[in-house]
Design a protein around this ligand. Structure first.
Ligand SMILES: Nc1ncnc2c1ncn2[C@@H]1O[C@H](COP(=O)(O)OP(=O)(O)O)[C@@H](O)[C@H]1O
Ligand SMILES: O=C(CO)[C@H](O)[C@H](O)COP(=O)(O)O
Length: 567
């Protein structure tokens, strides 16, 4: 855990007063449940983090493409980190609590006890994680219906959404899970229920992952058509028939039981939650950019793209009117910024892919040993190693003959094709540290080319984007950030608070407390520019050529598949 010193806290208080805050010393707690860990922060009204704590969480992969977690483990981790960040604080100053989490599916029985989502019957593992691809046959059948709700998920439903997973449970675990289930929650809604006892769902999760429409509600014909008519007949009580906008205050706030678990006062405001990428979006997209020489200064907020890069990357672009982008999720109304439509592009594995490439290389043990000897992270070591071997040329030029297609877990956007696989071309017989570093660089570049591919699809459909706002674990990697700037040709804004997703969660708590009149006001007050990374335009020709190769890779992959399917 990192806590500010007394002087830093005093300075933060002084800054708050100078900034004209009505009530200096009002704090909010944000809790962010990512794929790999749970994080909490104590945040003030200016969006500064006063304390941060994190804890890893368990994941199970009982078979290929099955990924599971435990809601009890996750709640326990939320309690541990929250207790840590409020240590030594006058609890009366804490005004609100906000949660965000991955869009995983939590299953509970009618008494709110965990139910197994696996053949082993292990009820501790009651979460089907977002990246779980077990429901391939179900999602194909759903997409074959061509139902009109699919227009609002980019034309093709993803296997990572909830409808195919629910259908899988009905078809595969009828007695042990489906028939006993009383409540199916998106993980962010599970957390807000745990804190308040209120089962209302957030508009964010229902619209983005469950086909709910902010304007029309549930579409009975969809659930009947896909074989989940059960939900219609019980008036959607198991998946949510009370829906609130993110940031709305839930019930009577924190229950005494949850207050005890979390080490917070009972009754403080708890917000309707957000999916993690959307919290990251709130944490960065509304920031005041004046004075940084950015094209988006003085332009509508719709010229900004928030890119939340953790285990996966999510590309969040907003618009005043709905924009239908083939292969890009949405348009979703009011799912992130109230009153705006959201398109969400994505890459299903980015952080996980970089880790996979690096850890699977023969030179990984050597890398680990060398990084440890220098007290550096493996990524800091690799970045400095690349600087050493690049000699006089720009670092990105080291991959002139090494190219990667990054869809090791299928393509989320803009091709929406889960059958696609990863590709590497340009391998040599040597497997030393130089090769590892260059493969790592080519992987980082491939992810940035994927972002460029998504932006081009969004622009072709009507978005006009000039500036990227990056956050999430990968935004701590300077190479990843510079490659995104160079390859997209756009400046990248990094927030003052590196943990911007937590600022987004705290913004929710601040809204629920009533301290701000709108999400927009809280975003403008609590998010701040830290650093801007500009593209090195002199390298553009090189990256344009590599992008041509990038697009050829997928074209070729499709040709190979067609050859193998032919007689
Ligand atoms: N300091 C760092 N330097 C480089 N990469 C990092 C750093 N911290 C995290 N990462 C990368 O970010 C990814 C995890 O990001 P994070 O936002 O913590 O994920 P999640 O929210 O999915 O749990 C990891 O896969 C790792 O590759
Ligand atoms: O689908 C998503 C958002 O809509 C995210 O990819 C998912 O929630 C996982 O997030 P992370 O990579 O930050 O753990």
């Amino acid at each position: 855990m990192e806590l500010l010193t007394q002087e830093q806290r005093a300075q933060s208080l002084e800054n708050a007063m100078a900034d004209g805050d009505q009530e200096p010393g009002c704090y909010y707690v944000g809790v962010d449940v990512g794929t790999g860990s749970v994080r909490a922060a104590l945040v003030d009204q200016r969006g500064s983090l006063l304390a941060f704590a994190d804890q890893a969480i368990n994941k199970w992969e009982p078979q290929f493409n099955h990924h599971e977690q435990s809601s009890e483990d996750i709640w326990a981790a939320c309690c541990t980190v929250t207790k840590k960040v409020v240590q030594g604080i006058d609890l009366n100053q804490i005004r609100g609590l906000g949660f965000d989490a991955t869009c995983s599916l939590v299953v509970l029985d009618k008494q709110f006890q965990p139910l197994p989502v696996n053949h082993e019957g292990d009820s501790h593992r009651n979460i089907i994680m977002w990246l779980d691809h077990r429901a391939v046959s179900q999602v194909h059948r759903i997409n074959n219906t061509k139902h009109s709700v699919l227009q609002y998920v980019g034309g093709v439903m993803s296997v990572e959404m909830q409808a195919p997973k629910l259908l899988w449970l009905k078809e595969n675990l009828r007695e042990t899970c489906w028939d006993k289930a009383g409540h199916f929650f998106d993980l962010p809604d599970f957390l807000s229920w745990k804190a308040t006892g209120v089962t209302a769902r957030s508009l964010c999760s229902l619209v983005c992952k469950w086909t709910y429409s902010a304007e029309k509600g549930w579409d009975d014909s969809f659930w009947k058509m896909i074989g989940l008519e059960d939900f219609v007949s019980d008036n959607y009580s198991k998946i949510g028939n009370q829906v609130l906008p993110p940031g709305a205050s839930l019930g009577n706030g924190l229950t005494p039981e949850a207050a005890k678990d979390l080490g917070l006062p009972a009754g403080i405001a708890v917000a309707a939650s957000l999916i993690d990428a959307h919290a990251g979006g709130l944490g960065v997209i509304g920031t005041d950019v004046r004075g940084h020489g950015l094209a988006c200064e003085g332009q509508p907020v719709t010229s900004r793209l928030a890119v939340i890069c953790g285990t996966s990357s999510c590309h969040m672009g907003i618009s005043k009117d709905p924009i239908f982008v083939p292969g890009v999720w949405g348009p979703y109304f009011s799912a992130m910024v109230p009153g705006f439509w959201l398109n969400e592009g994505g890459q299903s594995v980015t952080g996980k892919l970089i880790d996979h490439m690096v850890q699977g290389h023969a030179a990984f043990p050597e890398l680990q040993a060398k990084a440890t000897a220098r007290c550096q992270s493996i990524y800091a070591y690799l970045n400095s190693h690349l600087d050493l071997i690049k000699k006089a040329q720009p670092v990105g030029f080291l991959t002139v003959d090494l190219h990667v297609w990054p869809d090791f877990h299928g393509n989320r956007s803009p091709l929406a094709d889960l059958t696609l696989k990863g590709m590497v071309t340009g391998l040599k017989l040597s497997q030393d540290l130089d090769d590892l570093a260059i493969l790592y660089l080519a992987t980082v570049q491939a992810i940035a080319f994927g972002t460029r591919f998504i932006i081009e699809a969004m622009e072709a459909a009507g978005h006009s984007i000039s500036t990227l706002f990056l956050c999430g674990g990968l935004s701590k990697n300077p190479l990843f950030v510079q490659m995104h700037a160079d390859i997209t040709g756009m400046p990248v804004v990094l927030s003052q608070e590196v943990e911007s997703v937590l600022v987004g969660a705290a913004i929710l708590g601040a809204c629920a407390s009533g301290d701000f009149t709108s999400v927009q006001e809280a975003m403008a007050r609590m998010s701040k520019v830290g650093r801007v990374v500009f593209p090195r335009l002199e390298d553009k020709r090189y990256y344009d050529k590599k992008y041509q190769v990038f697009l050829k890779l997928v074209e070729h992959q499709k040709e190979y598949a067609a050859i193998m399917k032919g007689d």
